[in-house]
Design a protein around this ligand. Structure first.
Ligand code: SF4
Ligand code: FES
Length: 296
C-alpha cells in the first residue's frame, strides 16, 4: 500500500508507466509491437509475432492493436468494448505491467511495445484472457446488499428509499468503482501461486458490502472469505492496488476485511430497517458545490 500512497501523493497516474522510454513521439514514427499469439486449435505454446504501425498523436495501445487487426492481420484476437476505461474488458500485460490498453497512451511507453495476455488467467486466444474465474470468485462473496429478514416485503415491493448518510457512503465508495477488469488479479503474487485464492478483486468487494450500512450479510460473507484460500492468504504485496486503473485500493480493503474478521463488522449498529431519510446536520466546513453557469 505504501507505493500506492506515494503514487497518490505525487499524483502519478494509476495506468501510467514511469516515464522510462516514454515521451513525445512524432506523427508517422514507427511503433513496433511484439505481440503474444496463441491459437488453442493450432498452437501448443504461446509464440511471439511482431508488427509495425505508424504512430498517430493520441494513439493508445488499443488503437495500435486495432490498426494491426484492421490493416495487417485480421486473425489477431483481443477484447475491447467501451474504449473509455469503463467496461474493463481490454486489460493486457503491456511492457510487463497489467494495464487497460484503451487508457494507455503509446507515448507513455515509447515506440517499442510488448503486449501479452493478463497473467494468472487461462488464455482463450491471443490476448483474450478467460475472466470466468474472476467472475466466479466475485459471485462467491455475495456482491449485493443483503437486507434483514424483516425487510423482505419491502425488498420485494419497495415503497421507500434505502436511507444512508454521506459519511456511511464514504466507507465503501472507492471499492464501488471496481470494473471487474481483473488487472489486480493479474498482478497478485498469491493468485500466481494459488489458483484457488479468492483474490484481490473478490476480497475488496466483500469489504465493499460489509462496510455498507444498509447491508446485513456479515455472517454469510465472513464465512465466504475466512477459509484456507481466503483473506488471510494475502501476503500484502500491494501489487493489486498498484495495478488498479480506477484508483481502488484492494490491498486496503483486504486489510480492513482482516480487521473486521478479528474485531467485528465495520458498522457496529445492525443494518437499519428502512425508514424516513435521516436529517444530515449541516457542516459549515464542507465545501459547497459551485452554482452552474447561467444558460442562455
Ligand atoms: S479492483 Fe481495480 S484492478 Fe481489480 S478488478 Fe476492480 S477495477 Fe480492476
Ligand atoms: S475498452 Fe472498455 S475499459 Fe478499455
Amino acid at each position: 500500500m505504501a507505493r500506492v500512497l506515494e503514487r497518490r501523493a505525487t499524483g502519478e497516474r494509476a495506468t501510467g508507466a514511469p516515464a522510462g522510454a516514454g515521451g513525445p513521439i512524432e506523427a508517422g514514427a514507427v511503433v513496433t509491437l511484439r505481440v503474444a499469439r496463441f491459437d488453442p486449435e493450432r498452437d501448443v505454446a504461446m509464440r511471439w509475432q511482431t508488427y509495425q504501425v505508424p504512430y498517430t498523436p493520441g494513439m493508445t495501445v488499443l488503437d495500435a492493436l486495432i490498426a494491426v487487426k484492421e490493416r495487417q492481420d485480421g486473425s489477431l484476437a483481443f477484447r475491447s468494448s467501451c474504449r473509455m476505461g469503463v467496461c474493463g474488458s481490454c486489460g493486457m500485460l503491456v511492457n510487463g505491467k497489467p494495464r487497460l490498453t484503451c487508457q494507455t497512451q503509446v507515448s507513455e511507453l515509447g515506440t517499442h511495445l510488448e503486449v501479452a495476455p493478463l497473467p494468472n488467467h487461462d488464455v482463450i486466444k491471443d490476448l483474450v484472457p478467460d475472466l470466468s474465474g474472476t467472475f466466479e470468485r466475485h459471485r462467491k462473496v455475495h456482491p449485493y446488499i443483503i437486507r434483514p429478514a424483516a425487510d423482505e416485503a419491502e425488498m420485494r415491493a419497495p415503497t421507500r428509499e434505502f436511507a444512508q448518510t454521506p459519511e456511511e457512503m464514504e466507507r465503501y465508495l472507492q471499492f464501488a468503482y471496481c470494473l471487474k477488469c481483473s488487472l489486480c488479479v493479474a498482478a497478485c503474487p498469491t493468485a500466481a501461486t494459488d489458483p484457488l485464492f479468492l483474490g484481490p478483486q473478490a476480497l475488496a468487494q466483500a469489504y465493499r458490502y460489509i462496510a455498507d450500512s444498509r447491508d446485513a450479510g456479515w455472517e454469510v460473507r465472513a464465512d465466504a472469505v475466512d477459509g484456507v484460500h481466503g483473506v488471510f492468504s494475502c501476503h500484502l504485496a500491494g501489487a493489486c492496488s498498484e495495478a488498479c486503473p480506477k484508483g481502488v485500493d484492494p490491498a486496503l480493503g483486504i486489510q480492513l476485511l482482516k480487521r473486521s474478521l478479528l474485531t467485528g463488522p465495520p458498522h457496529a449498529e445492525p443494518a437499519p430497517v428502512i425508514g424516513p431519510r435521516p436529517v444530515v446536520p449541516e457542516d459549515p466546513a464542507r465545501p459547497r458545490p459551485k452554482a452552474p453557469p447561467p444558460t442562455v
